[in-house]
Design a protein around this ligand. Structure first.
Ligand code: CLF
Ligand code: SF4
Length: 493
Protein backbone atom coordinates (compact mmCIF):
# COMPACT_ATOMS: atom_id res chain seq x y z
CA UNK A 1 0.00 0.00 0.00
CA UNK A 2 1.45 3.42 -0.90
CA UNK A 3 1.95 6.19 1.66
CA UNK A 4 -0.89 8.73 1.98
CA UNK A 5 -0.89 10.44 -1.38
CA UNK A 6 -2.57 13.68 -0.42
CA UNK A 7 -0.15 15.16 2.06
CA UNK A 8 -1.47 16.67 5.27
CA UNK A 9 1.47 19.01 4.95
CA UNK A 10 -0.65 20.72 2.30
CA UNK A 11 -2.46 22.54 5.09
CA UNK A 12 0.71 24.08 6.50
CA UNK A 13 4.41 23.52 6.21
CA UNK A 14 5.35 24.72 9.66
CA UNK A 15 3.10 22.69 11.95
CA UNK A 16 2.83 18.92 12.27
CA UNK A 17 -0.51 17.21 11.89
CA UNK A 18 -0.45 16.18 15.58
CA UNK A 19 0.16 19.79 16.64
CA UNK A 20 -2.70 20.92 14.42
CA UNK A 21 -4.96 18.26 15.89
CA UNK A 22 -4.06 19.34 19.44
CA UNK A 23 -4.80 22.97 18.53
CA UNK A 24 -8.09 22.01 16.95
CA UNK A 25 -9.13 20.09 20.07
CA UNK A 26 -8.01 22.82 22.47
CA UNK A 27 -10.02 25.32 20.40
CA UNK A 28 -13.08 23.25 21.17
CA UNK A 29 -13.26 21.90 17.65
CA UNK A 30 -13.99 18.30 18.46
CA UNK A 31 -16.99 17.91 16.23
CA UNK A 32 -16.59 17.21 12.55
CA UNK A 33 -19.75 19.22 11.95
CA UNK A 34 -18.30 22.28 13.64
CA UNK A 35 -17.98 24.84 10.90
CA UNK A 36 -21.12 26.88 10.65
CA UNK A 37 -19.11 29.94 11.64
CA UNK A 38 -17.00 29.71 8.49
CA UNK A 39 -20.05 29.79 6.18
CA UNK A 40 -19.68 32.21 3.25
CA UNK A 41 -22.01 35.20 3.69
CA UNK A 42 -24.01 34.59 0.52
CA UNK A 43 -25.14 31.04 1.37
CA UNK A 44 -28.11 29.65 3.22
CA UNK A 45 -26.79 27.74 6.31
CA UNK A 46 -28.75 24.59 5.39
CA UNK A 47 -27.30 24.57 1.86
CA UNK A 48 -23.81 25.26 3.23
CA UNK A 49 -24.04 22.20 5.49
CA UNK A 50 -24.81 20.10 2.42
CA UNK A 51 -22.00 21.40 0.22
CA UNK A 52 -19.22 22.35 2.63
CA UNK A 53 -17.42 19.02 2.22
CA UNK A 54 -18.13 18.60 -1.50
CA UNK A 55 -15.10 19.72 -3.54
CA UNK A 56 -17.11 20.30 -6.73
CA UNK A 57 -20.23 21.94 -5.30
CA UNK A 58 -18.16 24.35 -3.16
CA UNK A 59 -15.09 26.14 -4.49
CA UNK A 60 -14.01 26.74 -0.90
CA UNK A 61 -14.26 23.00 -0.09
CA UNK A 62 -12.01 22.04 -2.99
CA UNK A 63 -9.00 23.33 -1.07
CA UNK A 64 -9.63 20.73 1.67
CA UNK A 65 -11.66 17.78 0.43
CA UNK A 66 -11.12 15.08 -2.16
CA UNK A 67 -13.38 13.09 -4.44
CA UNK A 68 -12.91 9.69 -5.96
CA UNK A 69 -14.65 8.10 -8.91
CA UNK A 70 -15.22 4.43 -9.52
CA UNK A 71 -15.64 3.31 -13.13
CA UNK A 72 -18.50 0.84 -12.72
CA UNK A 73 -20.94 1.97 -15.44
CA UNK A 74 -19.58 1.38 -18.97
CA UNK A 75 -22.84 1.24 -20.99
CA UNK A 76 -24.28 4.38 -22.61
CA UNK A 77 -27.56 5.30 -24.32
CA UNK A 78 -26.43 8.44 -26.18
CA UNK A 79 -23.81 9.23 -28.80
CA UNK A 80 -22.11 12.60 -28.33
CA UNK A 81 -19.97 13.97 -31.16
CA UNK A 82 -17.12 14.59 -28.69
CA UNK A 83 -17.04 11.00 -27.46
CA UNK A 84 -15.35 7.85 -28.63
CA UNK A 85 -16.77 4.80 -26.83
CA UNK A 86 -13.26 3.38 -26.50
CA UNK A 87 -12.70 6.04 -23.82
CA UNK A 88 -14.54 7.32 -20.74
CA UNK A 89 -17.67 9.51 -20.80
CA UNK A 90 -16.42 12.93 -21.86
CA UNK A 91 -19.40 14.65 -20.22
CA UNK A 92 -17.66 14.57 -16.86
CA UNK A 93 -14.28 13.05 -17.62
CA UNK A 94 -11.13 14.09 -19.40
CA UNK A 95 -11.46 12.89 -23.02
CA UNK A 96 -9.16 10.23 -24.42
CA UNK A 97 -8.68 8.37 -21.15
CA UNK A 98 -9.51 4.75 -20.39
CA UNK A 99 -10.15 3.85 -16.77
CA UNK A 100 -10.01 0.51 -14.98
CA UNK A 101 -13.54 -0.88 -15.02
CA UNK A 102 -14.75 -2.36 -11.74
CA UNK A 103 -17.55 -4.55 -10.46
CA UNK A 104 -19.51 -3.15 -7.49
CA UNK A 105 -17.56 -5.43 -5.10
CA UNK A 106 -14.23 -4.30 -6.52
CA UNK A 107 -15.42 -0.69 -6.31
CA UNK A 108 -16.24 -1.12 -2.61
CA UNK A 109 -12.77 -2.57 -1.97
CA UNK A 110 -11.21 0.41 -3.72
CA UNK A 111 -13.32 2.97 -1.84
CA UNK A 112 -12.33 1.45 1.52
CA UNK A 113 -8.65 1.37 0.53
CA UNK A 114 -8.77 5.03 -0.50
CA UNK A 115 -10.75 6.10 2.59
CA UNK A 116 -8.10 4.44 4.79
CA UNK A 117 -5.25 6.26 3.06
CA UNK A 118 -6.67 9.61 1.90
CA UNK A 119 -8.14 11.44 4.90
CA UNK A 120 -9.45 14.22 2.64
CA UNK A 121 -11.89 11.83 0.93
CA UNK A 122 -15.46 13.10 1.27
CA UNK A 123 -17.27 12.19 -1.96
CA UNK A 124 -17.71 9.09 -4.10
CA UNK A 125 -18.78 9.93 -7.64
CA UNK A 126 -19.86 7.69 -10.49
CA UNK A 127 -19.15 9.49 -13.73
CA UNK A 128 -18.97 6.81 -16.35
CA UNK A 129 -17.14 5.42 -18.22
CA UNK A 130 -20.66 5.33 -19.83
CA UNK A 131 -23.87 6.68 -18.30
CA UNK A 132 -24.46 5.97 -14.60
CA UNK A 133 -28.27 6.20 -14.83
CA UNK A 134 -28.47 3.93 -17.89
CA UNK A 135 -26.04 1.34 -16.46
CA UNK A 136 -28.14 1.55 -13.33
CA UNK A 137 -27.84 -1.86 -11.67
CA UNK A 138 -24.07 -1.50 -11.19
CA UNK A 139 -24.36 2.12 -10.09
CA UNK A 140 -27.04 1.29 -7.52
CA UNK A 141 -25.25 -1.81 -6.20
CA UNK A 142 -22.05 0.22 -5.74
CA UNK A 143 -23.79 3.05 -3.89
CA UNK A 144 -25.64 0.61 -1.61
CA UNK A 145 -22.47 -1.27 -0.67
CA UNK A 146 -20.48 1.91 0.03
CA UNK A 147 -23.30 3.56 2.03
CA UNK A 148 -23.44 0.47 4.27
CA UNK A 149 -19.68 0.49 4.97
CA UNK A 150 -18.88 4.23 5.04
CA UNK A 151 -22.15 6.07 5.66
CA UNK A 152 -20.59 9.55 5.83
CA UNK A 153 -19.13 9.48 2.30
CA UNK A 154 -21.36 11.62 0.08
CA UNK A 155 -22.69 9.90 -3.03
CA UNK A 156 -22.59 11.83 -6.28
CA UNK A 157 -23.59 10.91 -9.81
CA UNK A 158 -23.14 12.34 -13.28
CA UNK A 159 -25.49 11.57 -16.18
CA UNK A 160 -26.44 12.65 -19.69
CA UNK A 161 -30.02 12.87 -18.35
CA UNK A 162 -31.82 10.56 -20.79
CA UNK A 163 -32.52 7.81 -18.22
CA UNK A 164 -32.53 10.19 -15.25
CA UNK A 165 -36.32 10.57 -14.77
CA UNK A 166 -36.55 6.79 -14.25
CA UNK A 167 -33.95 6.92 -11.43
CA UNK A 168 -34.85 10.03 -9.44
CA UNK A 169 -37.00 8.21 -6.85
CA UNK A 170 -34.26 5.64 -6.17
CA UNK A 171 -31.58 8.33 -6.02
CA UNK A 172 -33.65 10.14 -3.39
CA UNK A 173 -34.18 6.87 -1.46
CA UNK A 174 -30.40 6.31 -1.40
CA UNK A 175 -29.79 9.86 -0.10
CA UNK A 176 -27.88 10.86 -3.21
CA UNK A 177 -27.82 14.61 -2.66
CA UNK A 178 -25.64 15.78 -5.57
CA UNK A 179 -26.44 15.06 -9.22
CA UNK A 180 -24.77 16.41 -12.36
CA UNK A 181 -26.61 16.51 -15.69
CA UNK A 182 -24.79 17.37 -18.90
CA UNK A 183 -27.01 19.83 -20.79
CA UNK A 184 -25.47 21.22 -23.95
CA UNK A 185 -28.62 22.67 -25.53
CA UNK A 186 -32.24 23.55 -25.01
CA UNK A 187 -32.96 23.83 -28.74
CA UNK A 188 -33.15 20.49 -30.61
CA UNK A 189 -31.79 22.19 -33.75
CA UNK A 190 -28.58 22.85 -31.83
CA UNK A 191 -28.79 19.40 -30.22
CA UNK A 192 -28.85 17.69 -33.62
CA UNK A 193 -25.35 19.09 -34.26
CA UNK A 194 -24.06 17.51 -31.04
CA UNK A 195 -25.92 14.17 -30.78
CA UNK A 196 -26.17 11.92 -33.87
CA UNK A 197 -28.39 9.40 -32.06
CA UNK A 198 -29.89 8.29 -28.76
CA UNK A 199 -31.25 4.93 -27.60
CA UNK A 200 -34.52 5.28 -25.69
CA UNK A 201 -37.51 3.00 -25.02
CA UNK A 202 -35.88 0.05 -26.85
CA UNK A 203 -35.29 2.00 -30.06
CA UNK A 204 -32.78 4.29 -31.67
CA UNK A 205 -33.67 7.87 -32.62
CA UNK A 206 -31.60 10.22 -34.80
CA UNK A 207 -31.45 13.89 -35.76
CA UNK A 208 -33.79 16.52 -34.35
CA UNK A 209 -36.18 13.91 -32.95
CA UNK A 210 -33.33 12.41 -30.87
CA UNK A 211 -32.27 15.84 -29.61
CA UNK A 212 -35.87 16.78 -28.74
CA UNK A 213 -36.39 13.62 -26.67
CA UNK A 214 -33.07 14.11 -24.91
CA UNK A 215 -33.91 17.77 -24.16
CA UNK A 216 -37.35 16.89 -22.75
CA UNK A 217 -35.93 14.13 -20.55
CA UNK A 218 -33.14 16.41 -19.28
CA UNK A 219 -35.61 19.14 -18.31
CA UNK A 220 -37.96 16.62 -16.70
CA UNK A 221 -35.10 15.04 -14.72
CA UNK A 222 -33.88 18.44 -13.53
CA UNK A 223 -37.37 19.48 -12.44
CA UNK A 224 -37.88 16.18 -10.59
CA UNK A 225 -34.58 16.57 -8.74
CA UNK A 226 -35.35 20.18 -7.82
CA UNK A 227 -38.80 19.15 -6.56
CA UNK A 228 -37.09 16.69 -4.18
CA UNK A 229 -34.54 19.27 -3.03
CA UNK A 230 -31.57 17.35 -4.54
CA UNK A 231 -28.72 19.70 -5.47
CA UNK A 232 -27.98 19.74 -9.19
CA UNK A 233 -25.00 20.85 -11.16
CA UNK A 234 -25.31 21.31 -14.92
CA UNK A 235 -22.26 20.58 -17.07
CA UNK A 236 -22.20 22.16 -20.52
CA UNK A 237 -19.46 21.44 -23.02
CA UNK A 238 -18.56 24.68 -24.82
CA UNK A 239 -18.36 23.98 -28.56
CA UNK A 240 -17.41 27.16 -30.48
CA UNK A 241 -19.86 28.10 -33.26
CA UNK A 242 -22.14 25.20 -32.26
CA UNK A 243 -23.48 26.04 -28.78
CA UNK A 244 -21.24 28.71 -27.20
CA UNK A 245 -23.72 31.60 -27.69
CA UNK A 246 -26.63 29.23 -27.02
CA UNK A 247 -25.29 28.41 -23.53
CA UNK A 248 -26.59 31.79 -22.35
CA UNK A 249 -30.08 30.45 -23.08
CA UNK A 250 -29.21 27.11 -21.42
CA UNK A 251 -28.09 28.98 -18.31
CA UNK A 252 -31.49 30.75 -18.11
CA UNK A 253 -33.45 27.51 -18.55
CA UNK A 254 -31.55 25.59 -15.90
CA UNK A 255 -31.68 28.47 -13.44
CA UNK A 256 -35.47 28.64 -13.85
CA UNK A 257 -35.65 24.92 -13.12
CA UNK A 258 -33.68 25.11 -9.88
CA UNK A 259 -30.10 24.18 -10.90
CA UNK A 260 -27.65 24.93 -8.11
CA UNK A 261 -24.54 25.33 -10.28
CA UNK A 262 -23.63 25.66 -13.94
CA UNK A 263 -20.23 24.37 -15.06
CA UNK A 264 -19.28 25.41 -18.59
CA UNK A 265 -16.34 23.26 -19.58
CA UNK A 266 -14.18 23.51 -22.70
CA UNK A 267 -14.51 20.96 -25.50
CA UNK A 268 -11.24 19.04 -25.65
CA UNK A 269 -10.94 17.90 -29.23
CA UNK A 270 -8.03 15.92 -30.63
CA UNK A 271 -7.92 13.80 -33.82
CA UNK A 272 -6.02 11.17 -31.79
CA UNK A 273 -9.16 10.60 -29.69
CA UNK A 274 -11.01 9.44 -32.80
CA UNK A 275 -14.19 11.42 -32.02
CA UNK A 276 -16.40 12.99 -34.69
CA UNK A 277 -15.37 16.47 -33.62
CA UNK A 278 -11.71 15.48 -33.33
CA UNK A 279 -11.69 14.01 -36.83
CA UNK A 280 -13.59 16.90 -38.44
CA UNK A 281 -11.44 19.63 -36.92
CA UNK A 282 -13.99 21.10 -34.51
CA UNK A 283 -11.92 23.15 -32.08
CA UNK A 284 -12.50 23.84 -28.41
CA UNK A 285 -12.50 27.33 -26.85
CA UNK A 286 -9.23 28.84 -25.64
CA UNK A 287 -8.84 30.07 -22.04
CA UNK A 288 -9.74 33.67 -22.97
CA UNK A 289 -12.91 32.64 -24.83
CA UNK A 290 -13.98 30.40 -21.96
CA UNK A 291 -13.47 33.14 -19.39
CA UNK A 292 -15.34 35.65 -21.59
CA UNK A 293 -18.32 33.29 -21.78
CA UNK A 294 -18.20 32.65 -18.03
CA UNK A 295 -18.12 36.40 -17.41
CA UNK A 296 -21.19 36.88 -19.63
CA UNK A 297 -23.00 34.17 -17.64
CA UNK A 298 -22.40 35.90 -14.29
CA UNK A 299 -25.69 36.89 -12.73
CA UNK A 300 -27.50 33.79 -14.03
CA UNK A 301 -27.26 30.30 -12.51
CA UNK A 302 -24.24 30.31 -10.19
CA UNK A 303 -21.09 29.26 -12.03
CA UNK A 304 -18.59 26.56 -11.13
CA UNK A 305 -15.16 27.67 -12.31
CA UNK A 306 -12.89 25.18 -10.56
CA UNK A 307 -13.70 22.00 -12.55
CA UNK A 308 -10.67 20.10 -13.86
CA UNK A 309 -12.48 17.56 -16.06
CA UNK A 310 -11.52 14.51 -14.00
CA UNK A 311 -11.00 10.94 -15.09
CA UNK A 312 -13.78 8.38 -14.50
CA UNK A 313 -11.45 6.74 -11.93
CA UNK A 314 -9.94 9.94 -10.45
CA UNK A 315 -8.78 9.97 -6.80
CA UNK A 316 -7.64 12.95 -4.73
CA UNK A 317 -8.07 16.69 -4.44
CA UNK A 318 -9.53 18.23 -7.60
CA UNK A 319 -6.60 19.08 -9.84
CA UNK A 320 -4.64 16.07 -8.59
CA UNK A 321 -5.23 12.58 -9.83
CA UNK A 322 -3.70 9.77 -7.85
CA UNK A 323 -5.99 7.07 -9.22
CA UNK A 324 -2.97 5.16 -10.50
CA UNK A 325 -1.90 4.58 -6.87
CA UNK A 326 -5.12 2.65 -6.26
CA UNK A 327 -5.48 0.27 -9.17
CA UNK A 328 -6.82 -3.14 -8.15
CA UNK A 329 -3.42 -4.80 -8.30
CA UNK A 330 -2.16 -2.35 -5.64
CA UNK A 331 -5.04 -2.91 -3.19
CA UNK A 332 -5.09 -5.84 -0.73
CA UNK A 333 -7.80 -8.42 -1.43
CA UNK A 334 -9.17 -7.98 2.11
CA UNK A 335 -9.67 -4.42 3.39
CA UNK A 336 -11.40 -3.18 6.54
CA UNK A 337 -12.52 0.41 6.92
CA UNK A 338 -10.62 2.45 9.51
CA UNK A 339 -12.28 5.83 10.16
CA UNK A 340 -9.51 7.27 12.36
CA UNK A 341 -7.57 9.29 9.75
CA UNK A 342 -10.65 10.84 8.19
CA UNK A 343 -12.07 11.79 11.59
CA UNK A 344 -8.81 13.38 12.75
CA UNK A 345 -8.47 15.28 9.48
CA UNK A 346 -11.96 16.73 9.78
CA UNK A 347 -11.19 18.12 13.21
CA UNK A 348 -8.11 19.86 11.87
CA UNK A 349 -9.96 21.19 8.83
CA UNK A 350 -12.81 22.60 10.93
CA UNK A 351 -10.26 24.63 12.89
CA UNK A 352 -8.18 25.62 9.87
CA UNK A 353 -11.23 26.69 7.88
CA UNK A 354 -12.48 29.06 10.55
CA UNK A 355 -9.06 30.70 10.63
CA UNK A 356 -8.95 30.81 6.83
CA UNK A 357 -12.44 32.29 6.53
CA UNK A 358 -11.60 35.07 9.00
CA UNK A 359 -8.39 35.88 7.08
CA UNK A 360 -10.34 35.80 3.81
CA UNK A 361 -13.03 38.25 5.00
CA UNK A 362 -10.37 40.60 6.27
CA UNK A 363 -8.50 40.43 2.97
CA UNK A 364 -11.60 40.99 0.85
CA UNK A 365 -12.73 43.83 3.12
CA UNK A 366 -9.42 45.55 2.48
CA UNK A 367 -9.83 45.32 -1.30
CA UNK A 368 -13.35 46.69 -1.18
CA UNK A 369 -12.25 49.54 1.09
CA UNK A 370 -9.32 50.43 -1.18
CA UNK A 371 -11.82 51.96 -3.59
CA UNK A 372 -9.57 51.58 -6.64
CA UNK A 373 -10.79 50.56 -10.07
CA UNK A 374 -7.70 48.42 -10.55
CA UNK A 375 -7.96 44.71 -11.21
CA UNK A 376 -5.13 42.16 -11.02
CA UNK A 377 -4.93 38.64 -12.39
CA UNK A 378 -2.88 36.48 -10.02
CA UNK A 379 -1.64 32.91 -10.66
CA UNK A 380 -1.08 30.89 -7.47
CA UNK A 381 0.98 27.73 -7.01
CA UNK A 382 -0.81 25.70 -4.31
CA UNK A 383 -0.87 22.14 -3.03
CA UNK A 384 -4.18 22.70 -1.21
CA UNK A 385 -5.32 24.05 2.13
CA UNK A 386 -6.05 27.45 0.50
CA UNK A 387 -2.40 28.52 0.86
CA UNK A 388 0.43 29.69 -1.39
CA UNK A 389 2.43 26.55 -0.69
CA UNK A 390 3.88 25.06 -3.87
CA UNK A 391 7.20 25.82 -5.54
CA UNK A 392 7.03 27.38 -9.00
CA UNK A 393 9.08 24.51 -10.39
CA UNK A 394 6.84 21.82 -8.87
CA UNK A 395 3.47 23.23 -9.97
CA UNK A 396 1.43 21.24 -12.47
CA UNK A 397 -1.23 23.92 -12.54
CA UNK A 398 -1.76 27.48 -11.33
CA UNK A 399 -4.99 28.62 -9.74
CA UNK A 400 -6.08 31.98 -11.16
CA UNK A 401 -7.64 34.67 -8.99
CA UNK A 402 -8.94 38.08 -9.96
CA UNK A 403 -8.47 40.84 -7.40
CA UNK A 404 -10.63 43.92 -7.87
CA UNK A 405 -12.73 46.29 -5.79
CA UNK A 406 -15.45 43.59 -5.94
CA UNK A 407 -13.22 41.23 -3.93
CA UNK A 408 -11.04 38.20 -4.70
CA UNK A 409 -12.58 35.69 -7.07
CA UNK A 410 -11.36 32.30 -8.23
CA UNK A 411 -11.65 32.48 -12.02
CA UNK A 412 -10.04 29.27 -13.24
CA UNK A 413 -6.83 27.33 -13.55
CA UNK A 414 -4.04 26.92 -16.10
CA UNK A 415 -2.47 23.51 -16.47
CA UNK A 416 1.29 23.39 -17.13
CA UNK A 417 4.03 20.85 -17.42
CA UNK A 418 6.16 20.62 -14.26
CA UNK A 419 9.20 22.88 -14.83
CA UNK A 420 11.65 21.39 -12.37
CA UNK A 421 12.36 17.66 -12.56
CA UNK A 422 15.21 16.08 -10.64
CA UNK A 423 16.49 19.49 -9.53
CA UNK A 424 16.77 20.95 -13.05
CA UNK A 425 14.51 23.29 -14.94
CA UNK A 426 13.80 22.64 -18.62
CA UNK A 427 14.12 25.67 -20.91
CA UNK A 428 11.45 24.50 -23.36
CA UNK A 429 9.05 23.75 -20.52
CA UNK A 430 9.54 27.22 -19.09
CA UNK A 431 8.65 28.78 -22.45
CA UNK A 432 5.41 26.76 -22.52
CA UNK A 433 4.59 27.78 -18.92
CA UNK A 434 5.14 31.44 -19.75
CA UNK A 435 2.82 31.06 -22.74
CA UNK A 436 0.19 29.37 -20.54
CA UNK A 437 0.40 32.27 -18.09
CA UNK A 438 -0.38 34.85 -20.78
CA UNK A 439 -2.37 37.81 -19.38
CA UNK A 440 -1.34 37.11 -15.76
CA UNK A 441 -0.01 40.08 -13.79
CA UNK A 442 1.70 38.28 -10.91
CA UNK A 443 2.64 34.71 -10.01
CA UNK A 444 2.63 33.76 -6.31
CA UNK A 445 4.48 30.68 -5.13
CA UNK A 446 6.34 29.32 -2.11
CA UNK A 447 9.72 29.40 -3.87
CA UNK A 448 11.08 30.50 -7.24
CA UNK A 449 14.63 30.70 -8.60
CA UNK A 450 16.20 33.73 -10.29
CA UNK A 451 16.26 32.18 -13.77
CA UNK A 452 12.49 31.53 -14.15
CA UNK A 453 11.72 34.76 -12.30
CA UNK A 454 13.82 36.80 -14.75
CA UNK A 455 12.31 35.11 -17.79
CA UNK A 456 8.79 35.67 -16.49
CA UNK A 457 9.70 39.33 -15.96
CA UNK A 458 10.90 39.57 -19.58
CA UNK A 459 7.43 38.38 -20.61
CA UNK A 460 5.83 41.06 -18.41
CA UNK A 461 4.81 38.67 -15.61
CA UNK A 462 6.07 39.40 -12.12
CA UNK A 463 6.66 36.54 -9.64
CA UNK A 464 7.01 36.54 -5.87
CA UNK A 465 7.73 34.00 -3.16
CA UNK A 466 7.47 36.60 -0.41
CA UNK A 467 4.05 35.29 0.65
CA UNK A 468 4.96 31.60 0.84
CA UNK A 469 2.52 29.62 3.08
CA UNK A 470 0.16 32.57 3.61
CA UNK A 471 -3.51 32.11 2.85
CA UNK A 472 -4.09 32.89 -0.82
CA UNK A 473 -6.46 35.79 -0.14
CA UNK A 474 -4.16 37.29 2.49
CA UNK A 475 -1.27 37.20 0.04
CA UNK A 476 -3.34 38.70 -2.78
CA UNK A 477 -4.69 41.51 -0.63
CA UNK A 478 -1.15 42.37 0.50
CA UNK A 479 -0.07 42.46 -3.14
CA UNK A 480 -3.03 44.59 -4.10
CA UNK A 481 -2.25 47.01 -1.29
CA UNK A 482 1.35 47.20 -2.44
CA UNK A 483 0.16 47.93 -6.00
CA UNK A 484 -1.94 50.80 -4.73
CA UNK A 485 0.83 51.87 -2.36
CA UNK A 486 -1.48 51.64 0.61
CA UNK A 487 -0.68 49.91 3.90
CA UNK A 488 -0.26 46.14 3.25
CA UNK A 489 -2.03 43.66 5.49
CA UNK A 490 0.24 41.72 7.78
CA UNK A 491 0.44 38.08 6.75
CA UNK A 492 -1.77 36.27 9.22
CA UNK A 493 -1.03 32.70 8.29
FE1 CLF B 1 -17.26 13.52 -9.43
FE2 CLF B 1 -18.63 15.19 -10.76
FE3 CLF B 1 -19.55 14.36 -8.48
FE4 CLF B 1 -17.48 15.98 -8.58
S1 CLF B 1 -16.22 15.50 -10.46
S2 CLF B 1 -19.27 13.13 -10.25
S3 CLF B 1 -19.55 16.46 -9.24
S4 CLF B 1 -17.62 14.11 -7.40
FE5 CLF B 1 -15.95 17.84 -10.18
FE6 CLF B 1 -14.35 16.50 -11.70
FE7 CLF B 1 -15.35 18.73 -12.61
FE8 CLF B 1 -16.85 16.64 -12.26
S5 CLF B 1 -14.00 18.54 -10.89
S6 CLF B 1 -15.20 16.79 -13.67
S7 CLF B 1 -17.31 18.74 -11.64
FE1 SF4 C 1 -19.78 9.33 -24.40
FE2 SF4 C 1 -20.79 10.16 -22.09
FE3 SF4 C 1 -21.83 11.07 -24.41
FE4 SF4 C 1 -22.21 8.51 -23.61
S1 SF4 C 1 -22.99 10.38 -22.61
S2 SF4 C 1 -21.63 9.20 -25.66
S3 SF4 C 1 -20.26 7.99 -22.65
S4 SF4 C 1 -19.77 11.48 -23.64
Amino acid sequence: MPAPIVSLEALTSTTTFDQLLATAKSAGCTSPSCGSSEKPDDLDPVVWERIKDHPCFSEEAHHYFARMHVAVAPACNVQCNYCNRKYDCANESRPGVVSEKLTPDQALRKVIAVANEVPQLSVLGIAGPGDACYDWKKTKATFERVAREIPDVKLCISTNGLALPDRVAELADMNVDHVTITINMVDPEVGAKIYPWIFHGHRRYTGIEAARILHERQMLGLEMLSARGILTKINSVVIPAVNDEHLIEVNKWVKERGAFLHNVMPLISDPAHGTHYGLTGQRGPNATELKALQDRLEGGAKLMRHCRQCRADAVGLIGEDDGQEFTLDRIPTEVTYDASKREAYREVVAHERRDHMAARSKAIGMLKAAGSGKSLLVAVATKGGGRVNDHFGHAKEFQIYEASPRGITFVGHRKVEQYCLGGWGEKGTLAAIIAALGGIDIVLCAKIGDCPKDQLAEAGIRASDAYGHDYIETAISALYAAELSVQPLAATA
